[in-house]
Design a protein around this ligand. Structure first.
Ligand SMILES: Cc1cc2nc3c(=O)[nH]c(=O)nc-3n(C[C@H](O)[C@H](O)[C@H](O)COP(=O)(O)OP(=O)(O)OC[C@H]3O[C@@H](n4cnc5c(N)ncnc54)[C@H](O)[C@@H]3O)c2cc1C
Length: 496
């Protein structure tokens, strides 16, 4: 899958597309797969790299959401648990079953959380990941050898899914490509084209590599731009009222010594009334997250000081060795595309259910939801869009559609002693996965930037040297890439 091949599909296509999808995150890629797999023609446009938005910045859980159980939102939990099961079935190479332990320090906690987590597993029905159970203190310590033992009584274990969000996304893009869609990264929609009656007819987009502009027409235009959805809605209709309440969440990454073994910690009640996770991920420890309302979504959001302090403090209550700023190997922020509500008093209380909104212009906005439910969101969206656009009815087939598996690469030279990535990973990223920059390679085709920002900065020069000739670029481009990557990567480390 190369950009040149995508352009060939674009240029070979005659007449309007059935679908133009704006946004190459989980939601957009899901819609592209669903529509293409039904036999509709699809063009997807992403203004940056696939997954540059929220979809590479999640907690990496394929889950029903224990927190929504607490809020009494059983149908949302059931929907997500079913999707969790389907994702494991269709992408067993990308999703794994992980044990989560809730450590308990009060007499009532084990029976209380034990009961709640039993219900969580019951709601999964045939899609269950394994029964939850109460653990003794010894069993808890066996699973979590680094847990704070002061006052520890025991724990409760339950099972949920874990994945690599950007990796799944790139494989979804490849799956959509296999199904016949054309998908372009670095292609920003800059205008919505309308007919004489003011209805959406297509889009105008700019190739950010060449500066060239194109017009593409479609029977259905889907706005899947997540936290950026309001900007697109305003492009289509300058009077559109904002519908997104953007909320930032950050994660800190430490080495594996903070959480050795293969179980995660789930803290069911932080001081701000949320849940927090510490998870083993790619040989590191990932801790998060926060819920901070922000005025607007940035392409490269930055962790706030108070968010960093909050996570360090909460982690220090549960880990025997307290992590400090100096232990942070990387940190990253993402923006939740939450949908506004009149009744919620803060962003943590806003629904994680998805919304499909038919705009006055006829554009279809799909947003909210979560990574885990991307397939179901896409199914709903394509059903509604097909009706609106007078497309022939065709059934959704994604519940049983296998997600692309690139397979193992042959052994090759390691690029950095702290990370597992090799020269072969870099070559595949540019040759088969449409990586166009050093950042694409180090942030989303590999996860170097998210795991160890310093190591990623040290890898940048070597990566630029490897990819420049592959992409037909010169030494000046490679130099500029290294500078620009190091500037971005600096915000993945805290100020000392
Ligand atoms: C901190 C945090 C933790 C989370 N953890 C989890 C989790 O563990 N499990 C889970 O299931 N969910 C989780 N979520 C939710 C999940 O990550 C999001 O719901 C999901 O990634 C949203 O995907 P999206 O495609 O709608 O948005 P995005 O991924 O943001 O994609 C939108 C895309 O649109 C593009 N775009 C914008 N404007 C234009 C334009 N003009 N032209 C072309 N393209 C454009 C952007 O560049 C972007 O790539 C988490 C979210 C956050 C913030």
């Amino acid at each position: 899958m190369t950009r040149a091949e995508q352009y060939r599909r674009l240029h070979n296509h005659d007449g309007p597309w059935d679908f133009i999808v704006i946004g190459g995150g989980a939601t957009g890629a899901g819609v592209a797969i669903d529509a293409a797999a039904r036999g509709y023609s699809v063009l997807l446009l992403e203004r940056h790299d696939f997954g540059k938005g929220t979809s590479s910045r999640s907690t990496k859980l394929v889950h029903g959401g224990v927190r929504y159980l607490e809020q009494g939102n059983l149908s949302l939990v059931m929907e997500a648990l079913k999707e969790r099961g389907l994702l494991l079935q269709n992408a067993p190479h990308l999703v794994r079953n992980l044990g989560f332990v809730v450590p308990t320090y009060d007499w009532w906690e084990s029976p209380f959380y034990g009961l709640g987590l039993k219900l969580y597993n019951l709601l999964a029905g045939k899609y269950g990941f394994g029964a939850s159970r109460i653990l003794s203190k010894e069993e808890t310590l066996e699973r979590l050898p680094t847990i704070n033992t002061e006052g520890l009584r025991g724990g409760v274990i339950y099972f949920d899914g874990q994945f690599d969000d950007a990796r799944l996304l790139i494989n979804l893009v490849t799956t959509a490509w296999e199904q016949g869609a054309a998908l372009l990264n670095y292609s920003a929609v800059i205008a919505i084209v309308k007919d004489a009656d003011g209805f959406v007819d297509g889009v105008r987009f700019r190739d950010l590599e060449t500066g060239e502009e194109y017009e593409a027409m479609a029977k259905a235009v889907v706005n899947a731009t997540g936290p950026f959805a309001d900007a697109l809605r305003t492009l289509a209709d300058s009077t559109a009222e904002p519908m997104i309440a953007p909320s930032q969440g950050i994660h800190l990454v430490f080495d594996s010594s903070f959480l050795p073994g293969d179980s995660a910690i789930m803290v069911p009640h932080t001081t701000d009334g949320r849940v927090m996770f510490a998870i083993p991920w790619h040989g590191h420890t990932l801790v998060g997250t926060t819920d901070t309302p922000v005025a607007e979504a940035a392409a490269e959001p930055v962790a706030l000081e108070r968010e960093i302090e909050f996570i360090l403090h909460t982690a220090s209550l549960y880990l025997a060795r307290k992590p400090t700023r100096a232990d942070i190997l990387s940190m990253f922020a993402g923006i939740r595309p939450l949908v506004k509500s009149d009744s919620a008093t803060n962003t943590a209380a806003l629904s994680r259910g998805h919304v499909i909104r038919i705009e006055n212009s006829g554009m279809i906005t799909v947003c909210g939801g979560k990574w885990t439910t991307y397939r179901h969101m896409a199914e709903d969206c394509v059903n509604q869009a097909a009706t609106l656009a007078y497309l022939p009815d065709r059934p959704c087939i994604t519940a049983n559609l296998k997600i692309f598996d690139p397979g193992e690469l042959p052994q090759s030279e390691l690029l950095h002693p702290a990370l597992p990535y090799t020269v072969a990973d870099i070559r595949r990223a540019v040759r088969d996965e449409m990586a166009r920059t050093v950042e694409d390679v180090l942030a989303r085709r590999t996860r170097a930037l998210f795991l160890n920002a310093r190591a990623a900065m040290e890898m940048a020069e070597c990566v630029a040297g490897l990819i420049a000739p592959e992409l037909g670029r010169d030494a000046a481009w490679a130099h500029e890439q290294v500078e620009s990557f190091r500037e971005t990567a600096a915000s993945y480390l805290p100020a000392q």
